[in-house]
Design a protein around this ligand. Structure first.
Ligand SMILES: [Zn+2]
Length: 448
């Protein structure tokens, strides 16, 4: 078996790994490079393999950095099968449609070719074959695949591939524990090799229990100052966790003020899927919400059209606006930042990972002067963050998860920036005594 690393190497985005085994070519994820302009331009480079020769793609979850180049794969001739869970397929459709719209707008603005078109998304969706957690399928003679709950987002999985007498496990992204909405990641004890994410490989998350107190403080502060709280949020998982915490906040502290807006059609559609697939949610939340109304949406103003979104500017303060994109590199949050970031009584609450090169990263790092749509904006708004909203396991959680695989021969670290990877690699060697490799783009390894 040979594994080649073609994305998500020494960086967080663009996950894409090629497995050659039993005469077949298999991809783990096919994600978009995100972040800086030069990073995004790499999406236009040809794949380092012939897309038409790929037999299978295993898509572990729907985030764009794991699915975003699938339509390009179809455009370049891929006609094989895609294995994923049912919620991953549906969420991927939402995420890809949204991304296509943003690309079309950008292409028009900057007079460039979009990466793919609607037809490519339709083509890719036809190739999905959905499987459930823990269902083992023989994708081809001698190649077995099992998807197991990764606890990261709705329908997220880690993949266990058995072929050539080797058990290769790919974590894709592992969830942060405890999650309000999802069961914790399952464990695997039989892996020979593991490709492991390392987004927060060098960090320890804030205590999840303090999160609600912190959120309540920030909302109450907005109310006191009669300001605007902007929460750039990823449409899947993060938004639903926020909504759930806001529901709790409202039931404890009252909801007369401020007004809450969910200004993201994508997040609204994703939220509906949580009710459609309750079997993928944690047993705790299912028990406490037997009616499948997990998010108290009746309290939230859901804005769909651009016109409705614009009206938020005129609505009286205080108000809380949840809008995409999560890293502020597009979407409606940019308009809200243009309107509200210069006022010191307003706040920006960062609840997710901010990739290098994104506007979100610059604001998070304290840059006071930023450019939005070519316009200079002075950020006087207070910038706050709550780390425990992360959907990724931190260092102790990754070490714990890896420790179940007692006989693993080698661990490949992907999906992380180098400083995080080096810290995690050191910790793995020290605590687990295992061999660690931090592959570079294009590197390959033969596994025996
Ligand atoms: Zn992810």
């Amino acid at each position: 078996m040979r594994i080649s690393f073609f994305g998500g190497t020494r960086e967080v985005t663009g996950s894409n790994f090629l497995i050659e085994s039993a005469g077949k070519l298999i991809l783990f994820d096919c994600g978009l490079f995100q972040g800086s302009k030069s990073s995004e331009e790499r999406n236009y480079s040809p794949f380092p393999y012939d897309a038409s020769k790929i037999d299978f793609v295993i898509v572990c979850h729907a985030h764009l950095d794991h699915t975003g180049r699938l339509p390009k794969l179809a455009r370049e001739g891929f006609r094989g099968k895609i294995f994923a869970t049912a919620p991953t397929k549906e969420l991927a459709e939402l995420v890809l449609d949204d991304s296509e719209k943003l690309m079309e707008e950008k292409a028009e603005r900057e007079n460039v070719q979009p990466l793919y078109e609607k037809g490519d998304i339709e083509r890719i969706l036809e190739l999905f074959e959905t499987i459930s957690y823990d269902e083992t399928v023989e994708v081809s003679p001698g190649i077995k695949l099992t998807l197991k709950n990764a606890g990261h987002i709705l329908g997220s999985a880690f993949a266990v591939l058995e072929a050539d007498g080797i058990c290769l496990t790919y974590t894709s992204d592992l969830g942060n524990v405890p999650s309000l909405l999802l069961n914790p990641p399952e464990h695997i004890t039989s892996a020979d090799y593991i490709i492991c994410e390392s987004t927060y490989g060098g960090r320890i998350h804030e205590d999840v229990a303090k999160r609600k107190t912190k959120l309540a403080e920030i909302i109450n502060n907005t109310t006191r100052q009669n300001g605007v709280l902007m929460i750039p949020s990823f449409a899947i998982e993060r938004t639903q966790e926020l909504l759930h915490d806001i529901e709790d906040f409202c039931s404890i502290e009252g909801c007369e003020k401020p007004t809450f807006y969910l200004d993201s059609p994508l997040a609204q559609k994703a939220t509906a899927l949580f009710s459609k697939y309750p079997e993928y949610l944690s047993s705790t939340i299912r028990k406490s919400h037997r009616d499948n109304n997990f998010f108290g949406l009746e309290r939230i103003h859901l804005t769909n059209t651009v016109e409705e979104s614009k009206q938020i500017e005129l609505a009286p303060n205080p108000k809380v606006i949840i809008a995409g994109s999560g890293m502020m590199n597009g979407g409606r949050i940019l308009h809200h930042l243009l309107n509200f970031a210069e006022d010191g009584k307003n706040s920006i609450l960062i609840v997710g990972y901010q990739a290098q090169g994104t506007l979100g990263r610059r604001i998070f790092e304290g840059h006071r002067e930023v450019k939005i749509y070519g316009k200079k904006v002075v950020v006087n708004a207070q910038v706050k963050s709550i780390g425990s909203y992360s959907a990724h396991a931190d260092m102790p959680q990754l070490i714990d998860w890896l420790s179940y695989s007692k006989n693993v021969k080698r661990i490949f670290l992907t999906h992380g920036e180098v400083d995080q990877q080096l810290t995690l690699a050191g910790k793995i060697k020290l605590e687990l005594g295992k061999q660690v490799i931090i592959p570079q783009m294009g590197e390959y390894h033969d596994l025996y």
